[in-house]
Design a binder for this molecule. Structure first.
Ligand SMILES: C[S@@+](CC[C@H](N)C(=O)[O-])C[C@H]1O[C@@H](n2cnc3c(N)ncnc32)[C@H](O)[C@@H]1O
Length: 257
């Protein structure tokens, strides 16, 4: 992967959200002057108890590894304490795959978004147990992070693993993988950067292939579905599904030059 450099936001821009300078126009971003347009959410905030271990992990590791959401461009080298290729993950759940990938790819930085608080605690716990240093967490809607914190051409990769399938047709509009979000992600990838999605729900897998295939900035790395890249582990959830005879589909596209 190529070395990543992102233009730093002025130091004063980060805490002063209201006074932040107008962001440059980005394809697929909110109309000028609209900071928080009403959008369909791809998640519902699930009830779920944070365990004592997760709460302790918040205390011990939250200050270093959880970044505040601010609607201003992210200074990634400052946030990670180094310049390295930047991969965005949307919806890491309990962070099992996230921690594994960060461990086997120490050369890359992983910016990971999740709204489910126990999941954030669980990933912080793994960060502590595995002494990981290359993850930063945003406990916030990834769509707002993309719109307001990630400039065009700032990402080397994007991971979206087992996004909620929203089985009922009337809820399909909540699915993450739809043309507007894919256009935003493609614009934020560097040329050669990749978008990797995986799902165990075949109709969603087909939607992924169709939507990514229709985005002019993206090109499939293969014909149809991709072989599982070696960095993506088989999680407990996936193993259980495979034992029950369910399939899993990976879709990997790259941004054209
Ligand atoms: C089905 S879970 C999969 C979790 C994990 N990737 C895995 O493979 O086990 C989907 C997760 O995405 C999160 N999610 C959905 N939309 C999101 C968004 N817009 N921003 C951040 N997280 C989101 C949900 O909270 C949920 O935890």
């Amino acid at each position: 992967m190529t070395e990543l450099t992102i233009a730093s936001a002025p130091a004063s821009a980060a805490p002063a959200a209201a006074a932040a300078p107008a962001a440059p126009a980005i394809r697929g971003s909110a109309p000028a002057g609209v900071t928080h347009p009403k959008t369909i959410k791809s998640f519902v905030r699930r009830a779920g108890r944070t365990t004592t271990g997760q709460a302790k992990a918040f205390e011990d590791f939250g200050p270093r590894f959880v970044l505040p959401y601010t609607p201003a461009p992210l200074d990634a080298p400052a946030a990670f304490g180094r310049s390295a290729p930047l991969v965005l993950e949307i919806g890491f759940g309990m962070g099992e795959a996230t921690a594994h990938i960060a461990r086997v790819r120490p050369q890359d930085n992983f910016l990971c978004c999740e709204v489910h608080e126990p999941g954030v605690g669980a990933l912080l716990k793994r960060i502590g147990e595995q002494a990981l240093t290359n993850i930063r967490i945003l406990q916030h809607d990834a769509v707002e992070v993309i719109d307001h914190m990630l400039p065009e051409g700032s990402l080397d990769g994007v991971h979206i693993f087992f996004p909620d399938p929203w089985h009922k047709t009337k809820h399909n509009k909540r699915r993450l993988i739809q043309p507007p979000l894919v256009a935003k992600l493609a614009a934020r990838l560097k040329p050669g950067g990749y978008l990797h999605c995986a799902t165990d729900w075949q109709p969603y897998a087909e939607q992924m292939l169709q939507v990514l295939g229709a985005e002019p900035l993206l090109q499939n790395t293969t014909t149809g579905f991709a072989p599982q890249p070696d960095y993506r582990p088989l999680t407990k959830f996936e193993n259980r599904g495979l034992r029950l005879g369910h399939g899993v589909w990976d879709v990997v596209f790259v941004r054209r030059n």
